[in-house]
Design a protein around this ligand. Structure first.
Ligand code: CMC
Length: 467
């Protein structure tokens, strides 16, 4: 018997629901008819009018589960951190538009906002900055780890391992444990040491001595100094570069329930410590469909240049379903109009290249590629636009950050978001371990054969039995 969803009269009036009830609580009900039996499910609404059918009691009341591969229609939590309207190209952290935060705030202010819920007052920012500063060193025993990594190790492998190993060197079991450091200290350590770990990884890869973090230096200037100073030459931080980097980090700071953030939540829901939860997020971010795309974009642009491919040829490759090639830095699960982060990064990239009088042929190729793709029927039909990764790598290149460290830069930016989501999840009542279900499509129960009676099902045996 067919299953259908009915929306009764009462549910039709949800648009006029009292905004006071738009806090994720039920505003109405939905009737669901399964095999002739009607069930009533709550319809909930968020503060921006987003609606969801609350199916948390679905299996208990109907015996069915929902099925949504890739979680394209599944909300896994209620969250007050970030709002995205993918159709309108809106991104807000705690209600503040990304355009305002990116141009008026600093990365540390935004980190505070995401983690604590509001922009800091002067004294709060001072305290937060001091916490970041006083937790910038890593345990010296961790240097043995840095000494043991081969120079060509991928920096994301080094970063994720080093972040997990923070839980070896610092007491970091679940935040409720008596011996554990406070959440604030763990958060400050992560925000701060990710810079130190990233810079140490780079220095080791080029065989240079490590440069330690400094006091009374801005978040980004400290990182740039650790990356580019040497015993023979002190790096002078260019304020334009410092500002550009700060903005790029802000833009990456959170993006609600993406692959890495939902990984941090899922892993953290087992009540493992914050460092290990973030380590899992780092591994998820590394993939080329997620944060790894920024490295792939530059490698793609570089290949286009080296192989002398025309833009037309490149688009044809991306459209060819027989070819695994994709236009990296294009497309997004949520943004179906434009990615506001991409627009901001493109502008910043243009400004920085001009200011530093850099002529980057890859930037020109990127502009041409974007222009052609946005006019192409394939990309228009599928609503594929440049995403945050399309231009971010070009900024990192202009700053002098090596290509294989681009995803590390994304991770540095995303750190406050991951921490904020981990905290929000732990503060949620009732607390639930994350545990999706499945539709099993394997063998039904069968009789166990002893080893001597098992049949070989190799391709060869099929041919042999046929001949
Ligand atoms: N180049 C060519 N075709 C594409 C691309 C692309 N970059 N992205 C999507 N498509 C096509 C895809 O083949 C499919 O076509 P069809 O309908 O004919 O089968 C259609 O567009 C829908 O794509 P999808 O893969 O089903 O969409 P999704 O929402 O599952 O995936 C995505 C989103 C970001 C993984 C995907 O667009 C992609 O692989 N992009 C390239 C990698 C990339 O830039 N990733 C960074 C994402 S932004 C940073 C972050 O937050 O992670």
């Amino acid at each position: 018997m067919p299953t259908r969803i009915n929306q009764p009269e009462t549910a039709m009036s949800i648009d006029s629901a009292d905004p006071a009830s738009s806090d994720g609580g039920p505003v109405s009900t939905i009737d669901l008819t399964i095999e002739g039996k009607q069930h009533s499910l709550p319809l909930i609404e968020g503060s921006e009018g987003e609606k969801a059918i609350d199916i948390s009691a679905l299996r208990n009341t109907t015996g069915c589960i929902s099925f949504d591969p890739g979680y394209q229609n599944t909300g896994c939590c209620k969250s007050a951190i970030t709002f995205i309207d993918g159709e309108k190209g809106i991104l807000r952290y705690r209600g503040y538009p990304i355009e305002d935060l990116g141009t008026k705030s600093t990365f540390l202010e935004v980190a505070y906002l995401l983690i604590h819920g509001d922009l800091p007052m002067q004294n709060e920012l001072k305290k937060f900055t001091l916490e970041i500063e006083s937790n910038s060193l890593i345990h010296e025993n961790m240097l043995q780890f840095f000494n043991s990594i081969p120079p060509n190790a991928h920096p994301m492998a080094v970063l994720s391992s080093a972040v997990n190993s923070l839980s070896i060197h610092y007491p970091a079991f679940f935040a409720g444990d008596q011996d554990a450091e406070t959440f604030e200290v763990m958060a400050a350590r992560l925000l701060s040491t990710i810079r130190t770990i990233a810079a140490f990884t780079y220095k080791k890869s080029i065989g240079h001595p490590l440069v330690y973090p400094q006091a009374n230096v801005s978040y980004c200037a400290n990182f740039l100094n650790m990356m580019f100073s040497t015993p023979i030459k002190q790096h002078v931080v260019d304020p334009d570069v410092e500002r550009a980097l700060d903005m790029v980090l802000i833009i990456h700071a959170d993006h609600e329930q993406n692959c890495s953030t939902s990984t941090v939540r899922l892993v953290g829901s087992s009540k493992v410590n914050l460092y290990s939860s973030i380590c899992a997020g780092l591994c998820a971010l590394w993939g080329p469909l997620h944060g790894g795309a920024n490295q792939q974009v530059i490698e793609m642009l570089d290949q286009i240049k080296k192989q002398g491919l025309t833009i037309k040829e490149c688009l044809a490759l991306a459209k060819d379903k027989e070819n695994p090639f994709k236009l990296m830095g294009f497309g997004h699960r949520v943004y179906k109009n434009f990615d506001p982060r991409a627009a901001m990064i493109k502008e910043m990239c243009r400004k920085l290249l001009k200011k530093k009088e850099i002529s980057d042929p890859l930037f020109d190729i990127a502009l041409e590629l974007e222009d052609a793709a946005l006019k192409d029927e394939y990309f228009i039909e599928r609503k594929l636009y440049p995403n945050v990764d399309f231009y971010s790598g070009l900024i990192y290149r202009a700053i002098g950050i090596p290509t294989n460290m681009f995803t590390v830069m994304f991770a540095m930016g995303r750190m406050p978001g991951w921490i904020a989501h981990w905290k929000e999840m732990h503060d949620t009542v009732p607390f639930k371990i994350g545990r999706p279900r499945q539709i099993y499509i394997g063998e039904k129960e069968r009789k166990y054969p002893p080893l001597s009676k098992r049949k070989q099902f190799s391709i060869m045996s099929i041919f042999q039995s046929a001949s």
